[in-house]
Design a protein around this ligand. Structure first.
Ligand SMILES: Nc1ncnc2c1ncn2[C@@H]1O[C@H](COP(=O)(O)OP(=O)(O)O)[C@@H](O)[C@H]1O
Ligand SMILES: [Mg+2]
Length: 424
């Protein structure tokens, strides 16, 4: 015999002794033939205690039984090979403690491993990792996720209830305020009229906020019903323009409509929600603009079957370091003390609505020069795709980030995680 194979053998033994994975070999009956130091650490048996026993002591019933069955019935009879895939199971330490493990089994040639192969001449190597720490981290993460989900559900229910409770008295305030306004039209003093206008203005703002909160709660719980159809783009643009012109005039902002939409141009969308989206973008373009600024509206078909609408303003722009937070609910990027009214909900809702209608949204901005927000809605009839048939998709179900509430972070968007599955 040459010296080289012996050195190889020594080298292999050294690796088996030093790896952090437990490695033990078994014969076709599951009898342990060799046991490395890492396996000793994982299971608490010394090699001399483990060797000669069945591997069922390490991987107890029922899994051990299954394994026994697997070895006997499957391998011995059919001569097929274990595929080495990693399987998650519970092992048993010598002191009785359960040890979460990852185990994979591969067949090795007899002369590769020390020990006594059985009469069938087959030997298998079992490679195990103790995943106690990984499990602990996953369990801690899952229980934290469950806690956050429960808090999120409670928040959604709260939003929904509070919106309903606030709406009723507010409707009375606005209704009676308007009656008072018209009945005092000729008789009231200037200051009384002014006070009443303040009351109505504040009540209307509050009403808008309640609508936004209610939308958010519906989106969150997957209960927002959308009624999509082939919606005329021209109709949407015209209605939104006429609704925003007076606000723009009040700030001496000119809205320039550059889009040349054909009467036949349609998008597959819910008309009411489509208007809500565009109104949000247009009012933002007016609000975050300089007096005497401009807002450009243009639109065109894209080569990939969408209709793109751009809303460009000549306003303040969005600082680079704040852009990632722009679609976060309640985040006003520092404008809360500016005197410009808002709740920071508009863009969060807008993004959700656009995505729920199968569309896309984005923006480009140059601080000091202006911003373009764009949306793209599909021009294709999606009736058959089923995308809209059950109302708005539940964010939990389709992997869209969901709105979460955390006592420390407040509201934030979180992406759901799924635990990787491993099978034998
Ligand atoms: N066209 C725009 N130009 C500059 N900043 C904008 C523009 N649109 C939105 N923003 C910023 O994004 C924030 C979130 O917008 P939005 O959700 O509509 O909330 P709101 O308008 O109620 O503050 C705004 O507070 C503002 O800071
Ligand atoms: Mg807004």
């Amino acid at each position: 015999m040459s010296a080289k194979p012996a050195r190889n053998e020594d080298f292999l033994q050294m690796i088996i002794k030093t790896v952090t994975n437990g490695i033990f070999t078994i014969d076709g009956d599951g009898e342990i033939l060799s046991f490395n130091p890492a396996a000793e650490r994982i299971f608490g048996y010394k090699p001399e205690e483990a060797i000669g026993r069945n591997m069922a002591v390490l991987v107890p019933k029922p899994v051990g039984m299954e394994h026994d069955h697997f070895i006997r019935a499957h391998l011995k009879k059919s001569g097929s090979k274990p595929n080495g895939r990693v399987r998650e199971l519970t092992g048993r330490h010598k002191n009785g403690r359960a040890v979460p493990l990852e185990l994979s089994i591969v067949e090795v040639a007899n002369n590769d491993v020390p020990g006594r192969p059985d009469e069938t001449g087959r030997t298998f190597a079992c490679i195990v990792s103790d995943i106690t720490e990984t499990k602990r981290t996953i369990d801690a993460f899952l229980s934290e996720k469950r806690r956050a989900d429960a808090a999120n559900l409670a928040k959604t229910a709260f939003l929904s209830n509070i919106s309903h409770e606030l709406r009723t008295p507010l409707t009375a305030i606005i209704g009676y305020g308007e009656i008072l306004e018209s009945s005092l039209k000729d008789t009231a003093e200037g200051s009384q009229k002014e006070y009443l206008a303040h009351i109505l203005n504040a009540a209307n703002l509050m009403s808008q906020l309640i609508c936004d909160l209610s939308d958010l709660a519906s989106i969150e719980s997957g209960k927002l019903d959308l009624a999509p159809h082939n919606q005329s783009v021209r109709e949407i643009l015209e209605q939104c323009l006429s609704m925003t012109r007076s606000i723009a005039d009040g700030r001496r902002i000119e809205i320039v409509n550059l889009s040349s939409v054909k009467k036949s141009d349609t998008v597959w969308a819910d008309g009411k929600r489509c208007k809500q989206v565009l109104l949000n973008l247009l009012t933002n373009a007016i609000k975050y603009n300089h007096a005497d600024g401009r807002v450009y509206l243009d639109s065109r078909k894209t080569p990939d079957g969408y209709y793109r609408i751009n809303v460009t303003d000549t306003g303040y722009g969005i600082p680079e370091d704040m852009r990632s937070a722009i679609f976060e609910p309640f985040n006003r990027l520092g404008w809360e003390k500016s005197g410009i009214e808002g709740s920071g909900l508009g863009l969060a809702i807008t993004k959700k609505l656009v995505e729920a209608m199968g569309g896309r949204i984005g923006f480009e901005s140059e601080p000091g020069r202006g911003t373009t927000f764009w949306i793209e809605l599909s021009t294709k009839d999606r009736t058959l795709s089923g995308r809209f048939s059950k109302g708005m998709a539940n964010p939990h179900k389709n992997g869209i980030p969901e709105l979460s509430f955390d006592p420390h972070m407040g509201f934030h968007w979180a992406v759901g995680t799924t635990k990787p599955q491993q099978t034998f």
